[in-house]
Design a protein around this ligand. Structure first.
Ligand code: ADP
Length: 307
């Protein structure tokens, strides 16, 4: 079985439901509080593991209650945690989310230990890169680390996947080290420095061609309910999303990555893997929440989509 290594963020999300959002300087009371394990790296690792991939995670959490809970959650989800370090100096990454009755929110993210994942960690854990087949990164850890991991992975002949979330400008080297660059529409706009929204197909294709010329081998732009655009130097292709009753798009992108890389690791073609990823992500948007909405393989295999 091919192995997948996720190098990325691990966060605890603290969610407070309130009648309305607080004004400047105001204290308000929350009528419901929930705590969720999250972080894009951890979400993608869990998405992969639920689809029965062999997945190991590299990341840093604080040596605190949240850190230990986050690590146990990964283990519980069958993600191998040999690459997780507990920082004595910095607390675990946290997100504080205030949601009002209409669904509007205010979010503060404290990257904490995630920003402690640096080049020496990657050197210490080089064996994990040597023994893997695929390396998956996102952008919630220091950009120097992302660049270093991708470079090392390429030197070792691995297949590299970068989900460019959250949106950030990328270095020329990062673009060259990516076998698959996977942004959504907003992220595509940021990395190509173009205006948003990219209103038509021609503009989308022009943006992907710009990335091709910069050395990216394969670009996959996720387009929400519209599906996905796949482009490389030779061709571009749109694949439609599956038709579902969407109720919450949280973790759609994370589940898409899980589906895509699982399928690639199972020896499927890129286009077949995109179809599978579309399926996995469509199921995710029919459910509320982040990790809790990520489907298991048997659910994907048995899901009946209306045509
Ligand atoms: P992100 O969550 O990163 O913003 P997108 O919104 O582009 O990513 O969604 C990722 C993928 O999730 C899409 O490419 C598609 O496969 C699936 N998806 C998202 N929204 C829907 C929807 N309303 N119906 C069906 N599939 C969806």
């Amino acid at each position: 079985m091919q192995k997948i290594l996720v190098v990325g963020s691990i966060n605890m999300d603290l969610s407070f439901e309130c009648k309305r959002l607080p004004n400047l300087g105001e204290t308000i009371i929350s009528n419901n509080y929930k705590k969720y394990c999250g972080g894009k790296g951890a979400n993608q690792a869990v998405a992969l593991a639920r689809l029965e991939s062999d997945v190991t995670m590299i990341g840093v959490v604080g040596d605190d209650n949240y850190g230990h809970e986050l690590c146990s959650n990964l283990k519980f989800n069958q993600v191998k945690t040999t690459g997780i370090r507990f920082s004595k100096e910095v607390s675990s990454g946290l997100a504080s989310i205030i949601v009002d009755e209409t669904g509007n929110n205010q979010i503060v993210v404290y990257p904490g230990a995630n920003y402690e994942l640096l080049v020496p960690d990657i050197d210490k854990l080089e064996a994990l890169i040597v023994e893997t087949d695929y390396v998956v990164c996102q952008l919630e850890i220091p950009i120097v680390t992302v660049e270093y991991v991708l470079q090392k992975a390429k030197q070792l002949g691995k297949t590299t996947i970068l989900n460019c979330a959250p949106a950030r400008e990328l270095t020329k080297k990062i673009l060259e080290y990516c076998d698959f660059l996977i942004p959504n529409e907003t992220e595509l706009q940021v990395i190509t420095n173009t205006h948003y929204p990219l209103i038509n197909e021609t503009e989308l294709i022009t943006a992907t061609q710009k990335l091709s010329k910069q050395g990216v081998k394969n670009i996959i732009v996720t387009l929400g309910a519209k599906g996905v655009l796949y482009a490389n130097a030779e061709q571009t292709q749109f694949l439609k999303a599956f038709s579902v009753k969407a109720i919450d798009s949280t973790a759609a992108g994370d589940s898409f990555i899980g589906g895509f890389v699982t399928s690639l690791a199972n020896g499927k073609t890129i286009v077949d893997s995109l179809e599978f990823a579309n399926k996995v992500a469509a199921i995710t948007v029919t459910r509320r929440g982040a990790q809790i909405s990520l489907p298991y393989l048997y659910e994907v295999e048995n899901y009946r989509f209306s045509s």
